[in-house]
Design a binder for this molecule. Sequence first.
Ligand code: AP5
Length: 211
Amino acid sequence: MRIILLGAPGAGKGTQADSIKSKYPIAHISTGDILRANVKAGTALGKDAKAYMDAGKLVPDDVIVGMMESRLAEADCKEGFMLDGFPRTIAQAEALDKMLTAHGIKLDAVVSLEIDDDTVVSRLTSRRVCKQCGEIYNTVLKPTAKEGVCDKCGGEVVQRDDDRESVIRNRLAVFHTQTAPLIEYYTQKGLLIAVDATGGKDAVLRILEKN
Ligand code: AP5
């Protein structure tokens, strides 16, 4: 299975990816997670990306495309992958098409997680993430048993720097102008599956299994 999870910030791409991964052992590639790992490790890529991320802007296409070329060439992608947060611009989608053609592979589907802006703001202001294992929580819908401590690994659970409301609004504006055109791009290719992302956590999995 080779799929793209497309959707606004907070649409549930990471959450749905976790649910798909629990059943299908394919590589989950989140550009946001790769970038945050680089910021944490203080790499040159992380230093370049941090200012864009903190402001809710996109990291430049050439940086992301170079990063994804290396990642998609890794062995764990051979049997399939789920792209979470990539592509986010038409230029990135065209670059991905070239990479896939070069590897002689095709996408199976692009899942568009559809959600309104108010629900995004409410979900993201209440999201918390484990610094150690990346498990996603929500103070309202999925709180940790002990405040600030990950149920899975005991790591520290925190709010992401870009989950402040002003930054969330910038990320939404970027989504509507730069990423939403991909819905039409993949509809034209006959790959798009639109899913109501306000439904339950396993909704996407059920829809994928039907298709
Ligand atoms: P990234 O980390 O990819 O952030 P994002 O796309 O804004 O997505 P999020 O991780 O915020 O949301 P999500 O859809 O995964 O939602 P989640 O499952 O966590 O990117 C961060 C930054 O990196 C970007 O702003 C940019 O600067 C840079 N970047 C990354 N990729 C790039 C690229 N390709 N090009 C350029 N720059 C790039 O869920 C959110 C909350 O909702 C959680 O609390 C969860 O518990 C809850 N929730 C989820 N599903 C449900 C449900 N069905 N019902 C109720 N609650 C739910």
